[in-house]
Design a protein around this ligand. Structure first.
Ligand SMILES: Cc1cc2nc3c(=O)[nH]c(=O)nc-3n(C[C@H](O)[C@H](O)[C@H](O)COP(=O)(O)O)c2cc1C
Length: 136
């Protein structure tokens, strides 16, 4: 069984840029090793992440992420079983702030965003726009 989780959160205010970059790098390496797919974005104090993969691995990682003191105010957008991952053909990668990249969120992740509060929607849209606007 495969499982997907998507959330947005606030980075701990004490985190330095290098600590954030370390977290992004660590997550990329660990996820690739465990065959976990998805994206992790950081922009202006917010994280936005999608993780997809084998259910047990995702649930275990999701528990760790939820209890990680490096962020707070987690808003879960998706936490459900899936047939096929939207990121199956991608290698897990992280996009540090300012990097030129367009994550092109798949519609199955955009649709549930409509159900959450306009404030949070604004934050996520702003983050995605940022990455799109800086695309080469
Ligand atoms: C916003 C955020 C996203 C994270 N994403 C991942 C991730 O995708 N993969 C990962 O291995 N750890 C991620 N972590 C780190 C985990 O919470 C945890 O520290 C890490 O998996 C190491 O756990 P361990 O020491 O028990 O192995 C994330 C942490 C934060 C704050």
């Amino acid at each position: 069984m495969r499982h997907a989780v998507c959330y947005v959160s606030n980075a701990d205010k004490q985190l330095t840029t290098s600590e954030i970059n370390e977290l992004l790098k660590f997550s990329e390496e660990n996820n690739n090793q465990k065959d976990i797919k998805g994206i992790l974005l950081y922009s202006e104090g917010n994280f936005f992440q999608v993780i997809e993969g084998e259910k047990e691995k995702i649930i275990s990682l999701w528990n760790k992420i939820q209890n990680d003191p490096r962020h707070y105010g987690i808003i879960t957008v998706i936490d459900r079983d899936i047939q096929k991952g939207s990121y199956d053909h991608y290698r897990a990668t992280v996009i540090p702030e300012g990097q030129k990249y367009n994550p092109g969120l798949p519609p199955e992740y955009l649709e549930p965003l409509k159900g959450i509060s306009p404030d949070v929607q604004g934050v996520i849209k702003g983050m995605l726009r940022n990455f799109i606007a800086t695309r080469v």
